[in-house]
Design a protein around this ligand. Structure first.
Ligand code: SAM
Ligand code: DTB
Ligand code: SF4
Length: 362
């Protein structure tokens, strides 16, 4: 196998992104075939275990409490509700469940204990378990690993430069620190971002520089197209074209040759032909199920019809890495530390975020 390159420059990545389309597709498909089975696509199901009311100000997110969006908020789901949803996902062909919580960071206590129990429960269904719970400490990462977590999702979202125009309640460095905490365990890292937030192409390249420099590189990389939700600061941003999505997927595949590139938010806007070109360009994972966290996603039967049409097979769980063992709560080596971690809060002014917040108050 070829050695992974970690020191990509923005210029090198831009040169790839801007290649004539046919050359870009050929190069990406070549890297894809050298490292993956091009007929296998991993299928994940998202489950929003705690919805809305988030204290953060992420300019893209319908779950931030400070904006006025139409979503229905929910407290933490119960372990039995989660189990029932996971069984549904398994029967419709998913190998992974990704549980999302609208939290800034994880706090030790009964809610986190309950999430750990959800992780054990899904792992025992022989499915890969992923969580995306915001920022976590090393101890919390260890506890998730011990419960049997397979992956932790924590997106860089965009370049370090543009991050300051999107979020003011935490810093890019906090994201890197959480990823580093996950890396101290055997949990795999899922990290990617969003395109179509008004960023320059240089920012897309900048995000890939940061992701590629992680060592090891993330095992999965979601590429989201912004879903502009009414009430959020980004509600009026026009959707990215399918060609930009294909370029981003192809460039990600070349720069992160071993990662599972996941077509994430924004698939409802993409035609079947557009998605097929993304698969050709190296995407080999999707989020399936009629809902992402709060916004719609294509019908799972339509997805399965598309797979059949293209001769794609859903990947089985634990193909890339063995199933972790779940340690029961009473045998845990780790203590609830009731830590008060020092995550950053730059709180600089982002005009469009301020405007959306002011509008919500009216
Ligand atoms: N609160 C945790 C966090 O921010 O890390 C986990 C949940 S958060 C909703 C997970 C990811 O969803 C974000 O990092 C972002 O990439 C994506 N996301 C949120 N809203 C989106 C939108 N409107 N369009 C596209 N992606 C979005
Ligand atoms: C990721 O990169 N995309 C998913 C998952 N990781 C957690 C979330 C997409 C959310 C889209 C907006 C919503 O449905 O609320
Ligand atoms: Fe909260 Fe995550 Fe949404 Fe940001 S992206 S507002 S942290 S749920």
């Amino acid at each position: 196998m070829m050695q992974t390159k970690h020191n990509w420059t923005k210029e090198e990545i831009l040169a790839i992104y801007n290649k004539p389309m046919m050359e870009l597709l050929y190069d990406a498909a070549t890297v894809h075939r050298a490292n993956h089975n091009p007929n296998q696509v991993q299928v994940s199901t998202l489950l929003s275990i705690k919805t809305g009311g988030c204290p953060e100000d992420c300019g893209y997110c319908p779950q931030a409490a400070r904006y006025h969006t139409d979503i229905e908020g929910n407290d933490l789901m119960s372990v039995s509700q989660v189990k029932a949803q996971a069984l549904r996902a398994k029967s419709s062909g998913s190998s992974r469940v990704c549980m999302g919580a609208a939290w800034r960071n994880v706090k030790d206590g009964p809610e986190f204990d309950s999430v750990l129990e959800m992780v054990r429960t899904i792992n025992k269904l022989d499915m890969e378990v992923c969580c995306t719970l915001g920022m976590i400490t090393e101890n919390q990462a260890m506890r998730l690993a011990e419960a049997g977590l397979y992956a932790y999702n924590h997106n860089l979202d965009t370049s370090e430069d543009y991050y300051k125009d999107v979020i003011s309640t935490r810093a890019f460095k906090d994201r890197l620190d959480t990823i580093e905490n996950v890396r101290k365990t055997n949990v795999t890292v899922c990290s990617g971002g969003i395109i179509g937030m008004g960023e320059a192409i240089e920012d897309r390249a900048g995000m890939l520089v940061a992701l590629a420099s992680l060592s090891p590189q993330p095992e999965s990389t979601p590429i989201n197209a912004l879903v502009p939700v009414e009430g959020t600061p980004m509600e009026e941003i026009a959707p990215v074209s399918i060609w930009e999505m294909i370029r981003m997927v192809a460039t990600t595949r070349i720069v992160l040759p071993n990662t599972q590139v996941r077509l994430s938010a924004g698939r409802t806007q993409m035609s079947q032909e557009g998605q097929a070109m993304c698969f050709f360009a190296g995407a080999n994972s999707i989020f399936a199920g009629d809902k992402l966290l709060t916004t719609p996603n294509p019908d799972v039967h339509e997805d399965m019809k598309l797979f059949e049409l293209l001769g794609l097979q859903p990947m089985k769980p634990f193909v890339k890495k063995d199933q972790p063992q779940s340690v029961e709560a009473q045998y845990s080596k780790y203590k609830d530390q009731a830590e008060k971690p020092k995550w950053t809060r730059p709180d600089h002014k982002i005009e469009r975020n301020e405007l959306a917040k002011a509008k919500a108050k009216l």
